[in-house]
Design a protein around this ligand. Structure first.
Ligand code: ZN
Length: 408
């Protein structure tokens, strides 16, 4: 990859993604194979006036070894310095930048049960700190190819060529054009226009219909907003883009109010495995019936993870003609794959989409219908002939999607 383009990507990450502020601390999470890109991002952070930039290096190979060799009990331990770090994050609110180059098969061979058990045990220990700083700091996640990831996406190509192709796809979908900052400005404006319209409708429910068998209704709350693209930090009001790329307008539906069947249109990559050709039937908001041609047991395990895992946390609208879908690549990575077409997510919802959420406790927000769970797993239901009709509180039908794309 050309260094000048990498620098543009690094600048986009620090400025548009995390929007690092003068005097702010920054934490960057990346794997050891991303030294050059990370060094450029570090430089851009200092250029924006960062006080201190810290990099937390990771490794697919070491992570896999650790998960294989250690017991559930040991893996579930949260060491004192991890807690101290959490306290520092809550106090200083550093911007967080995640550079994701993980091998989609990185945890292959590790028992799914073990992974789920460890996540479940650690979650309540770290949750209070996450809740405390939630929405108060900027964060962003971007992708960068590793050899293993590139070979997964392009198995027929030699490693070098596969890396090149994945870089191309990442930079194209991330709008790293001649002037990425300007491209993102325009993109954010377009997304804002759409969410404004959706929020003005005061929708009661959405009805999804597609020739593949999807016939599904999901109810929305008048207190919960649609959002897209960037968001603002609580208190300091700093605009940032948590995901590069992003195409979706999304909201959190009311927990317990969804009916009908959804048929997945893309395979779901979960814990290093593919769940494929599956459908889910919802009753009273709960996934009560699942079928999958591939890895049905894993899907069942996923929705039984905890109480909220069988309920919805997100409804997202993405046109079928999105840059990501048009590429026709399965990235095996949610950041890209979730932005290819319309999707739902099982598990945790977004409490910060409730109007004036800062005036409520987390418990109150969950009582208002925002789902809570240790998981948040997106799955795609967008198709070429997906129609979505919105029904407003006063009974008016408004076309939202027609033949897979925006109807307005
Ligand atoms: Zn989403």
């Amino acid at each position: 990859m050309k260094k000048s383009i990498l620098r543009k990507y690094a600048k986009l990450t620090a400025k548009v993604g995390a929007n690092v502020q003068k005097g702010q601390d920054v934490v960057i999470y990346a794997n050891v194979d991303q030294e050059l890109l990370v060094s450029y991002i570090v430089e851009e952070c200092y250029r924006l006036g960062a006080r201190k930039v810290m990099v937390e290096w990771g490794s697919d190979i070491v992570t896999r070894l650790v998960y294989k060799k250690e017991t559930i009990k040991v893996l579930s331990e949260v060491t004192p310095w991890v807690i101290e770090k959490q306290k520092y994050y809550c106090k200083e609110l550093p911007a967080m930048i995640y550079v994701d180059s993980d091998d989609p098969d990185g945890l292959k061979g590790v028992s799914q049960k073990k992974l789920a058990e460890v996540a479940k045990n650690r979650y309540p220990i770290l949750k209070p700190y996450r809740d405390e700083r939630d929405n108060k700091y900027q964060w962003t996640i971007i992708g960068a190819p590793s050899k293993a990831w590139a070979k997964k996406v392009f198995p027929e190509l030699p490693a070098g060529k596969a890396m090149e192709k994945l870089w191309e796809a990442i930079l194209y979908t991330s709008r790293v054009t001649d002037d990425p900052i300007k491209a993102w400005d325009e993109h954010n404006k377009d997304l804002e226009k759409r969410t404004k319209f959706l929020n003005s409708l005061n929708l009661d429910y959405l009805h999804y219909q597609s020739s593949n068998g999807t016939d599904f209704k999901v109810w929305l709350s008048e207190n919960v907003l649609w959002e897209a693209g960037g968001e603002k930090t609580l208190g300091s009001n700093i605009f940032f883009n948590p995901n590069i790329p992003t195409e979706e307008c999304f909201t959190s539906p009311i927990k317990g109010k969804a009916e009908g069947k959804v048929v997945a249109t893309k395979p779901l990559s979960y814990q290093g495995q593919l769940i494929d050709n599956f459908s889910i039937v919802f009753k009273d908001g709960k996934a009560v019936e699942v079928h999958a041609e591939k890895n049905e047991a894993l899907l069942k395990e996923m929705i039984a993870m905890d109480e909220g895992a069988a309920y919805l946390g997100e409804c997202a609208l993405v046109p079928y003609d999105s840059p990501i879908n048009n590429l026709g690549i399965l990235f095996f990575n949610t950041l890209y794959d979730e932005n290819c077409c319309c999707h739902l997510a099982l598990g945790m919802g977004f409490t910060n989409l409730v109007k004036n959420y800062q005036n409520y406790t987390n418990e109150q927000l969950h009582e208002m219908g925002i789902n809570d769970s240790a998981i948040h797993v997106d799955f795609m239901i967008g198709s070429k002939d997906l129609n979505i009709t919105g029904y407003t509180k006063d009974g008016k039908a408004v076309p939202i999607f027609k033949n897979g794309n925006w109807a307005f």
